[in-house]
Design a protein around this ligand. Structure first.
Ligand code: ASP
Ligand code: MG
Length: 424
């Protein structure tokens, strides 16, 4: 079995949905499991709706805009106003409206997982009816009945055993000859609540199904020709990587390359399932292949930039060294606050941490540390990571920048930098 994943950009409008159906029509592999994301920027729109609702502001306008955006696509795809897709969508939007109205104070992350998954439920409903209309053999399954997770809302952890056993149902004769369509990004916890796997989590969904079903390959269809060595919006000379190893892909995702959700690779690597990243705009062109093979061309450096970074430097108030006991306390706090560290460096008396900017968490961290530690921080920084770097490339990319921290291994260089020096 193969697993295809179509992200939001691939189904952002009627043309996208038709194009997707075209790609599915050209592949003869059946059964084929297809994972879809929310359409276009729907997830962002749902996040905004959630904020409005929690701020007790009116959600009417934003809700209508989101509904109109989907209805535009649907009216282009289904000219018959009696088509069943309309009643399906009406009940989903009614459910969303009710859920927004029913939010009461409480855990933000749990509310998030009540609201935001509607994006995937809506898109899969539209795609399902379109594929049916196209004459395809397709079954729509609810991902929540297969992807079992814990209740860590917004970043749910998969219960692999339960998920694998649920997925075995999909190996039955019923599904053999057709497409199994499902939603990315969402699952369900044992208490029955919908959960989500984190932003861009649909890639991970594809990997979970592939792992549980022993798929031969996963194809992630994107609006870029494959995995690139840099963000083409930032670096005009970005090139496609033809083939890289799982390990290299994990490293790239870890350092912040946004093409694949970081959790996607490991399950595929464990079962040696080939991952392809392919263009839905040029489906005939060669994808990036991610396999167990060692990198065939390590000479292509990868450039990853993360903006909105904060460099925190922490030292003990009692002038003790930054020893293991102090580090133990610090990392306990970071873990409790779910702050992940992008780079760190220790010296005798201080620890420097580069983290993504999140003012709320930073305030909590300051509060938690102030009794025992002194803390200084700089904002407005960027973190540059170079894999397979050369000195010439480092020089070029750090030109005109003040480097606040630098770390180098044989393969990776990381620089925390800012444009103009200023005192803070
Ligand atoms: N719709 C979710 C997001 O935009 C999940 C995904 O697209 O992978 O983050
Ligand atoms: Mg997406």
């Amino acid at each position: 079995m193969k697993v295809f994943k179509f992200g939001g950009a691939s189904v952002k409008d009627a043309t996208g949905v038709r194009n997707m159906a075209g790609i599915l029509g050209k592949t003869t592999d059946r059964p084929l499991l297809v994972v879809v994301s929310a359409m276009g920027k729907t997830t962002n729109a749902l996040e905004r709706l959630l904020s409005l609702a929690l701020d007790k502001a009116s959600t009417d306008e934003a809700f209508d805009r989101l509904q109109a955006f989907h209805m535009q696509t649907v009216s282009e795809l289904f000219p018959d106003p009696q088509h069943r897709v309309y009643s399906g969508l009406n009940s989903l939007f009614a459910g969303l409206k009710q859920a927004l109205a029913g939010l009461i104070d409480g855990d933000y992350d749990a509310h998030y997982d009540t609201i935001v998954p509607y994006g995937e439920l809506i898109s899969s409903c539209i795609v399902y009816h379109f594929l049916l209309q196209h004459g395809m053999v397709v079954t729509l399954i609810d991902a929540r009945e297969f992807i079992h997770t814990d209740a860590h809302y917004r970043a749910a952890n998969v219960d692999w055993e339960k998920t694998a056993s649920a997925c075995s149902l999909l190996e039955s004769e019923t599904y053999r000859k057709g497409i199994i369509l499902t939603q990315g990004f969402i699952g369900r916890s044992a208490n029955g609540h919908t959960t989500s796997l984190g932003r861009e989590g649909s890639d991970f969904t594809a990997a979970i199904f592939a792992y549980c079903l022993n798929a031969s390959e996963v194809v992630i269809w994107k609006d870029v020709p494959g995995l690139l060595n840099a963000d083409p919006k930032r670096f005009a000379r970005a090139v496609k990587l033809d083939q890289i190893s799982y390990t290299e892909a994990i490293e790239l995702a870890y350092y912040g390359a946004t093409v694949i959700h970081p959790k996607t690779i490991k399950p595929l690597q464990n079962k040696n399932i080939v991952l392809k990243v392919q263009s839905f705009l040029q489906p005939e062109s060669a994808p990036t292949l991610i396999t167990a093979e060692p990198d065939f061309d390590p000479l292509i450096p990868s450039i990853i930039v993360k903006d909105e970074q904060v460099l925190i430097s922490i030292s003990p108030r009692d002038f003790s060294f930054m020893n293991e006991a102090n580090l133990h306390v610090l990392f306990g706090i970071l873990d409790a606050l779910h702050i992940s560290v992008n780079v760190m460096q220790t010296s005798a008396i201080s620890l420097s941490l580069c983290v993504d900017r999140n003012d709320e968490k930073l305030a909590l961290l300051l509060r938690a540390l102030q009794e025992k530690f002194k803390l200084r921080y700089n904002t407005g920084l960027s973190l540059l990571t170079l894999r397979h770097y050369s000195q010439a490339l480092i020089d070029e990319l750090s030109q005109g920048q003040e480097v606040l921290l630098e770390q180098r291994s044989r393969i990776t260089t990381q620089l925390v930098m800012r444009k103009q020096p200023s005192d803070q």
